[in-house]
Design a protein around this ligand. Structure first.
Ligand SMILES: NC(=O)c1ccc[n+]([C@@H]2O[C@H](COP(=O)([O-])OP(=O)(O)OC[C@H]3O[C@@H](n4cnc5c(N)ncnc54)[C@H](O)[C@@H]3O)[C@@H](O)[C@H]2O)c1
Length: 443
């Protein structure tokens, strides 16, 4: 792109602006006890410790308890709170503690439904990591529990709280992209870490790892540290690329496009490399067709990252949005019709007459179509805090206001359901459909 051809913008969401102004807000110790929200972390693994760091920056939040099936992670979470949080061995002790207002659930996916429902039934508000569910119908049970218990439940796909995704949504709503019919989204990696071959802590053993607690509702199996620390590689605990990575992309696409669910999905999944370490595919391609009138092409490989590491492109008749990291570019469509290669095959006299008469040419072009040239691209950068902090801040706002959270159970259910549709299609080797009335996969 020519330097002169784009303009740069920055975006700051309302929540970021408020958080940025918190220099003047009461410091943690000064928040009146009635305004504090006491929070426990269930499953203080790699992601939950990032959430812990983020939550510790929000003055109203007080982390009072942590729980993890591997003692080292409970210890590290306690260290993050400067020793203030109490360690529990069993998450049910947290549910029984009436002094705890809310829980952050960061366990593997197969535990999400049970822990979310039990936490709400115990009177806790819930921030739960994506994907909301391990299996598609679990979402309906969670939605039901939210209604019955009147608790706040927010799912943790933080991207939608970023100012850039909010700006992108505004551009789409304002019609800047014209008619969007195609979206391409990808997550490509080529590292062991990217393929979830995480290091196993040297002190991990039957002494430090509670294997039965980890298994929970999953099928019984002998003690296995690879399954414990690399659970995303196994169907018993995860849906692989679809539930881990596509869910982020789909949540953002639904948010920006104001879309509900695809009516049909067709997908393929293959495992090409590192076969000894996993059951789930390392290469997944899915096509989702939306009744709103667009198609989403999802694609992910763990065997190459040269084309892009992750992101999505929303392609419209008037312009496109291309998201990479915290930045997006809006590119207007600079297009003009050129029939010359066809007309140049006509008899010379006819071709020359055709070029001399612009009215004849324009009669062949649909009336809504106009050439557009020399329009500038726009680059939008995020300014302010990490989307995770903003997303958590939105959750704690909802805990206080009792208003619907930014990513509620229905939103989380639908995003996870797209991933489950991809997996259902690649397993069954056929297209699968969604029942909009029942919010269920048509089997
Ligand atoms: N929003 C994001 O960007 C993002 C990023 C990474 C992970 N995640 C999500 O966070 C969740 C956790 O992923 P992770 O990478 O942190 O995994 P992880 O393995 O590092 O952490 C999971 C933790 O849960 C613990 N655990 C398992 N069963 C338990 C039980 N019964 N009681 C208490 N603790 C238990 C494990 O010991 C482990 O420490 C997943 O759902 C994942 O999809 C989200």
């Amino acid at each position: 792109m020519n330097r002169r051809d784009f303009v740069k913008g920055t975006v700051l969401s309302a929540a970021v602006a408020r958080l940025a102004a918190q220099g003047s807000a009461p410091a943690k110790g000064k928040v009146p006890p009635g305004d504090r929200i006491t929070v426990a972390v269930i499953g203080s693994g790699a992601r939950a410790q990032q959430l812990l760091d983020a939550a510790l920056t929000i003055p109203v939040v007080e982390i009072t308890a942590v729980c993890d099936a591997y003692s080292g992670r409970a210890q590290r979470a306690q260290e993050r709170t400067a020793g203030r949080a109490k360690i529990h061995k069993d998450y049910r002790e947290i549910l029984n503690d009436k002094s705890i207002d809310a829980v952050i659930i960061g366990t593997p996916d197969h535990w999400h439904k049970d822990m979310a429902i039990q936490s709400m039934e115990a009177g806790k508000d819930v921030y739960i990591e994506k994907p909301l569910t391990y299996a598609v119908d679990e979402g309906l049970e969670i939605i039901d529990a939210v209604k019955k218990t009147k608790r706040v439940l927010q799912v943790g796909s933080q991207g939608i709280s970023s100012a850039t995704q909010q700006k992108a949504r505004e551009l789409v709503k304002a019609g800047r992209l014209g008619r969007v019919t195609m979206i391409r989204a990808s997550y490509n990696r080529n590292t062991a870490e990217g393929a979830w071959l995480y290091p196993i802590p040297p002190d991990a053993s039957t002494q430090t790892v509670d294997w039965d607690a980890f298994l929970g509702p999953a099928p019984k199996r002998p003690f296995d540290l690879e399954r414990f620390f690399r659970w995303r590689c196994y169907w018993d605990y995860s849906g692989g690329i679809s539930t881990d990575l596509f869910v982020h992309l789909v949540t953002s696409i639904h948010f920006i496009m104001d879309a509900k669910m695809p009516k049909s999905v067709v997908a393929t999944g293959e495992l090409y490399r590192w076969k000894e370490s996993r059951e789930v595919p390392d290469t997944v391609n899915g096509i989702m067709v939306y009744p709103e009138g667009f198609t989403v092409n999802l694609s992910s490989t763990f065997n190459n990252q040269s084309s892009s590491d992750s992101g999505f492109e929303i392609l419209g008749t008037e312009g496109s949005i291309s998201f990479r990291g915290g930045q997006f570019v809006f590119r207007p469509e600079n297009v003009h019709n050129d029939y010359s290669w066809v007309v140049d095959s006509w008899p010379k006299a006819l071709a020359e007459a055709y070029y001399r008469e612009p009215k004849v040419q324009s009669a062949e072009v649909p009336t809504t179509w106009k050439p557009r040239m020399n329009q500038q691209s726009e680059v939008w950068d995020e300014q302010g805090q990490d989307a995770t902090i903003v997303h958590l801040d939105h959750f704690f706002d909802s805990v206080k206001s009792r208003q619907q959270p930014v990513e509620d159970a229905l939103t989380g259910h639908r995003a996870a359901a797209c991933a489950h549709m991809v997996n259902a299609s690649l397993r069954q080797n056929k297209a699968v459909q969604w029942d909009f009335g029942k919010e269920k996969l048509i089997s």
